[in-house]
Ligand binder design. Sequence first.
Ligand code: NDP
Length: 238
Amino acid sequence: MKQLIVITGASSGIGATIAQAFSAKGHPLLLLARRVELMEALELDNALCVGVDVTDAEAMKNAIATAEAKFGPVGCLINNAGMMLLGAVDTQDPAEWSQMLNINVMGVLNGIHAVLADMKTRKTGTIINISSVAGRKTFPNHAAYCATKFAVHALTENIREEVAADDVRMITIAPGAVETALLSHTTSEEIKAGYQGWKESMGGVIEPTAVADAAVFAFEQPQNVCVREIVLAPTRQQ
Ligand code: NDP
């Protein structure tokens, strides 16, 4: 059955690739990110693209209501929007922590808040949160980013336990290093160079399609099967 799939952060990298993968399966889409022109440039069929900042709960709710009026209830929400601003805690601008906490944690909660009550009432639905291997283990200069991704793991598992009896699936997908624009927002050139060297030391990283395939796999299981967590990373990543 074709169901409305909502994808945040669909203007770039993993989110754009997830959008392409679900579109290829024939699902109608609601794509959310700030750069609406990049989502429109994907030229996907039955895709409503709305310029939304995930920290704006009201804007997210309104966009979802508009898409549901057009395509029917949300079958799957994929909270993918995120930002990684690496830095050492003693020197990093605290505004960068707020930005990551707001987007990576509050943005995910805002998305869940917009769809969960209806999924519980309908006794069906899937929410996939894109966390990270950095939500399971720590890395140098990742303190604030890791804090946000550990939070994504925690809140997904917590809500999964709360809504299991309502047949709503809560899924975490935790990628290792993927080739996207994620690193580009880090302000320290030294840290960026170090991260780039780390990627090269493992002979390159994985492509966003690996994450998109995992999301499609988890979603396509029968509704009584919840793939709780998928961790996928370059084979050589420690
Ligand atoms: P990109 O930088 O390529 O994409 C990030 C996406 O998030 C963009 O579409 C951006 O859209 C969106 N976004 C950022 N801030 C906001 C906001 N305030 N409101 C709405 N959308 C926002 O990075 P990735 O594709 O790599 O990142 C996707 C997710 O994958 C993130 O959660 C990231 O933490 C996670 N991840 C990535 C890994 C990697 O190695 N690349 C590894 C593990 C996890 P726009 O700017 O248009 O708003």
